[in-house]
Ligand binder design. Sequence first.
Ligand code: PXP
Length: 242
Amino acid sequence: MVNLGVNIDHVATLRQARMIGVPDTVTAALVCEKAGARGITVHLREDRRHIQLDDVVRLRQAITTKLNLEMAAIDALADIAVRIGPDDVCLVPEKRRELTTEGGLDVAGNSKKITAIVRCLKQAGICVSIFIDPNTRQIAAAAAAGADCVELHTGAYAHAFSVRSRREQELKKLVRAAAFAQKKGLILNAGHGLDYTNAGPVARIAGMCELNIGFSIIARALFVGLSSAVREMNTCINLKKG
Ligand code: PXP
């Protein structure tokens, strides 16, 4: 069974469009959990464009599955994480002008800083994941930094999906990276750009533990409701290949 973590950032994106408190992130998270999500993911961006600190505090108190906090590898956010105590933190790169997280974290190029942040979070009992491209150098650096887990960036695969040869090439990169991560003793997660058509092959990679999926679920929820959108995704990622 592959666990589905639902990223609810875009529930907050919608709320921030009017700033009158709806739709509420906690209500959305509880619907996702009831529909079978095994975790709730939120990205507390430095610019606070969607998720606010108050969302994270309230989610911590309300949800009964896992809270996975995505954040940049900076001290101010590490302090917040230690104070709130999510179950998991996923360290991600962050650029002010990007629409969404664009690439994996350069762990190899920032090993000193990232190792210190990982240590600080782990001392607080938080399971630490690092969002990286499917690249052995970055995976080795994540293991060396003391991470428990890696989340492989599936954006390139998702982008290539409509062209069969490119899709297969990108999937191969993920498969190789997944095997290497497990050899390094890392728990294996993946996410970004996954939807109802492309998530299946990633879910079937040997050893895949959790997929974190946001945009496609929230977009589908407009038409079928959040509960059905989560259930449908859970079916997609846990379907045995026929
Ligand atoms: N995983 C990480 C680390 C992310 O930054 C994001 C986007 O916030 C996701 C998963 C979810 O991506 P998507 O919204 O494209 O499903």
